[in-house]
Every structure is written in C-alpha cells, then in structure tokens.
Design a protein around this ligand. Structure first.
Ligand SMILES: [Fe+2]
Ligand SMILES: [Fe+2]
Length: 276
C-alpha cells in the first residue's frame, strides 16, 4: 500500500531526524500517538525530538510524557510551562529522555537541560534552551550554549540538536546565527505558530524559527477560541482549555550527513491527524 506520507528523505545513509512543535493537550497528544509510529516506520526515522511542555495543557505530567515516549519519541523537550505540575519533578530527575531549559533555574531545579544519546549512526546531543525576550527571567541562552559546548567538546558528539523555546523571532534568528556551524539543528518552539523560514545557514546549521503546534488548528494557538476572546475582548476572566477539533502535527524533518553531522535538507511537516 502506498504511504500517505511521502518520504522527504533521499539519502538512505543519512541521519533522519524528526522534530515536532509543542504538543497541546489531549487532542495534540492523541494526534502524535496516532501518527508518529507510522511516520517512524514509513520514513525509517533515526531520532525523534518533540516539545512536550503542553502535553497536559499547561505542563507535562508523567502520564502524558510516558504516552509520547511509548509511541516512539526519543527526547521530550520543555519550556516555560515545564515546572507547573509538581508531578513531573521526579520524572525530570529520573528520565534522561526528558529535558527542561538548561538556562532556567538553579542547581537545585529538577531535571537537566541537555543530554547525550548514542545511536547506530553516531552520538547525539539534544539541548533545550529558553529565550529571555518576552519570557520569564532566564540566564543568557547564548552563554549557556557556549558552556554546554565546552562541556561536550571531548565527547565525540556528531549531531547537536537544539530546541530554543522563545517568543521573539529576532532572538531565535540571532541564536541560530550565533551557533551556525557549531550546531546541526536549531528549532524554535513556544509560539505554536509554524514559520516558513526553514533553511540551512551559511556555515551548516539547519534552522526554523518555530516548529509550530501539534493540536487543534480550529483554535487560538491550541486553546478554545471562545475563552481567549472572552478575556481579550471583554477583559473577563475565563478558564482556558485546549481545543480538540481539526488537529494536525507540525514540525520539521532534517536529513543530516552521517559523516560530518551537517544538515543536507530541512523540510516542514504539517499533517492533519484525521488522515486514514
Ligand atoms: Fe512555552
Ligand atoms: Fe507551548
């Protein structure tokens, strides 16, 4: 049977990476759980990184994290909502498959901001950073990357993959430029709106300003529109809930050269989850 998901990969030797944007609530979670196993086998994916910070709405809990890991995700990244549910704290400490922004918090803050993973095609580092513009206070992400680069420089790492969780496009573009040639991929998350600027920079870093949303397109950045509008238009308090209709998953695939670790192709992903 012909696949509904034509492969964006051409080189069978390359390292095949999929990154997905913020998973929003049960609808986003169910969409990823439904589609990811098919994508993984149809595309022969080597590694999958997904931002899970909203997989339980305003945060990620052990149950939503386990569902994502069990359907094939290798690494879950986080963001500004990571520390809201206390239920995730122990899991952040015990699982090396879950990251939180490295430049957020102190040495006592649960979890870790980067980790090393061994694959048959070489060693991967995934780094989770958070921006400083229009976000809660965080340490400087540029300096944080320099620090991590120093820590991993003798670890024989081939691919460096970064989730930069931030609001401001300018900050995310500046960061991608700063690490051009030093990281394999920089993918922005947090806005829940996919950008169309996927590109390979001059020195060999693939970048996109925002991966987008895994969740409802009939929404305001994944939330039920009525509640947001009540607040925005009438200044009245309202309870926000993730929307459920017309879901899709969004992100990018990146084919990386398995000798150099440099990107060869970056392509956007945007699939409806009601596809049969
Ligand atoms: Fe966020
Ligand atoms: Fe988010």
């Amino acid at each position: 049977m012909q696949s509904n998901f034509p492969s964006p990969f051409t080189d069978p030797e390359g390292f095949r990476l999929l990154m997905l944007g913020d998973v929003m609530g049960s609808a986003g979670l169910n969409s990823v759980v439904k589609l990811l196993p098919r994508l993984k086998s149809d595309w022969n994916l080597d590694f999958i990184v997904v931002n899970g910070e909203n997989s339980d709405g305003f945060g990620m809990v052990p149950d939503s994290a386990k569902k994502l890991l069990n359907c094939g995700v290798d690494v879950l990244t986080g963001g500004n909502h990571t520390f809201r549910p206390k239920a995730i704290y122990k899991f952040l400490d015990s699982s090396n498959q879950i990251l939180r922004p490295y430049n957020l918090g102190s040495k006592k803050t649960p979890g870790r901001g980067f980790n090393i993973y061994d694959t048959p095609k070489g060693r991967v580092v995934v780094i989770n950073l958070i921006g400083q513009i229009f976000m809660d206070p965080a340490n400087n992400p540029f300096h944080a990357f320099d620090e991590i680069e120093e820590l991993i420089k003798k670890k024989d790492v081939k691919y460096i993959i970064i989730d930069f969780h931030g609001e401001a496009t300018g900050e995310k573009v500046a960061f991608a430029r700063y690490v051009d040639g030093r990281a394999s991929v920089v993918a922005g998350t947090h806005t829940h709106v996919q950008t169309s600027d996927e590109r390979i920079l001059n020195r060999g870093t693939a970048a996109i300003t925002d991966l987008g949303l895994c969740g409802s397109k009939d929404s305001i950045i994944g939330m039920q529109p009525e509640a947001i509008l009540k607040k925005s238009v009438h200044s009245l308090p309202s309870r926000l809930n993730p929307a459920k209709k017309n879901c899709s998953i969004q992100g990018v695939t990146v084919l990386l050269d398995s000798m150099s670790g440099k990107p060869l192709i970056i392509s956007r992903v945007d699939f409806p989850s009601d596809i049969s």
